[in-house]
Design a protein around this ligand. Structure first.
Ligand code: JFQ
Length: 345
């Protein structure tokens, strides 16, 4: 029996754990899961919530890791495992790192793939360069989450940037990334980087009108990360941005999460001057696609889909996914997604 079963918990609260649901979990329940955080008793704090997480090695069967989750019912991403490199519980979550046969080293948190060495650039380049190239002159950048360091590595490619602050709540993610994902964690070597091990919302409360770009590189909206997909968190990012600033957040998947993306974009559209959705393709994330919500505050003259700057020819050669053409194309949505997210005809 899995560690997440209601038998072990002795409580219905286990329902919030993404892996506690059967594979044939009804859709009605599945959508409820997005908002379960709102109906939990007050005593159900984020510390307790994290202890409901899945043990990563339980997901390895016959040498294959299977990523199953309530946010992608009826499907699984499987990677063949060569060797488990680390598995432990941090203060916040279940941490697993394994070497795969074809995707390099893989970081898994609470049973969910965070990065693989093979395709991580498709995500890190886009979540960083979409807002940074949309901004005419980004100087101060805040990253919330992103403990693997990959987003830092990309931000450091912008010469205009003078300060990069990373706010990661779980130090263990940084430590395992430095050990097993050195090509990502080299982002920490840049002298402009300052690391804060703390809650991002609290940090922003103490730093208003401070950043040109805020990037929220979060896990999925289950457990502690749920709050990162709610309006109050976007309000906090808004307050922490300078005039003309841009936020870019992990915006989940058009094949799976339109019911999350649409209301969120609607709810923040009154406050931000522009709100857009762009996406990247990436084989190791559910359904091979993940999006970004990109929103700007005041000052900016136009939508973020039009880059304000271009990579130098030297930088362009280093980049593996992002280009100015890809920047514009990333905002062009398939018709079903455009209609569902923005209500356009
Ligand atoms: C990589 N720096 C962070 N963030 C990855 N389902 C998320 C991991 C889980 C995925 C969605 C992106």
């Amino acid at each position: 029996m899995s560690k997440n079963s209601s038998k072990n918990s002795g409580s219905d609260l286990w329902l919030v754990s993404r892996h506690s649901m059967p594979a044939d979990f009804p859709d009605a329940y599945y959508f409820v899961s997005f908002s379960l955080v709102h109906i939990l008793p007050v005593s159900f704090d984020s510390t307790l919530r994290t202890h409901l997480s899945h043990s990563g090695t339980d997901l390895i069967k016959d040498g294959w890791f299977h990523e199953r989750g309530v946010l992608w019912p009826g499907q699984a991403m499987s990677l063949q495992v060569k060797e488990v490199l680390d598995h432990h519980k941090s203060d916040f979550q279940d941490v697993l790192v394994f070497e795969s046969t074809n995707f390099g080293n893989v970081l898994v948190l609470d049973g969910v793939i965070q990065v693989t060495e093979r395709d991580e650039f498709a995500y890190q380049e886009m979540i960083a360069h979409l807002p940074l190239f949309a901004h005419p002159n980004p100087k101060k950048v805040l990253v919330i989450g992103g403990g693997d360091g990959g987003v830092l590595r990309e931000i450091a490619k912008h010469e205009s940037v003078t300060e990069i602050t990373l706010c990661e709540i779980d130090k263990d993610v940084i430590d395992v990334s430095k050990k097993y994902l050195p090509e990502l964690a080299k982002g920490y070597d840049d002298p402009r980087v300052t690391v804060k091990i703390m809650d991002g919302a609290k940090f922003m409360e103490e730093n208003k009108d401070s950043f040109d770009v805020i990037i929220t590189d979060s896990s999925d909206p289950v457990g502690p990360a749920s709050v990162l997909f709610e309006t109050p968190f976007y309000n906090a990012m808004y307050d922490s941005l300078c005039d003309g600033g841009i936020v870019c957040t992990q915006g989940e998947c058009i094949w799976l999460h339109l019911d999350l993306i649409h209301p969120l974009i609607k709810s923040i559209s009154d406050k931000f001057s522009t709100v857009e959705y762009a996406y990247t393709t990436i084989p190791s994330y559910p359904s091979g696609q993940i999006g970004f919500i990109i929103a700007s505050k005041g000052g900016k003259s136009g939508p973020c889909k039009v880059p304000a700057r271009q990579p130098s020819s030297e930088l362009a050669k280093q980049l593996k996914y992002y280009s100015s053409e890809v920047h514009g194309a990333a905002f062009v949505l398939p018709a079903f997604a455009r209609r569902a997210i923005f209500g356009d005809s």
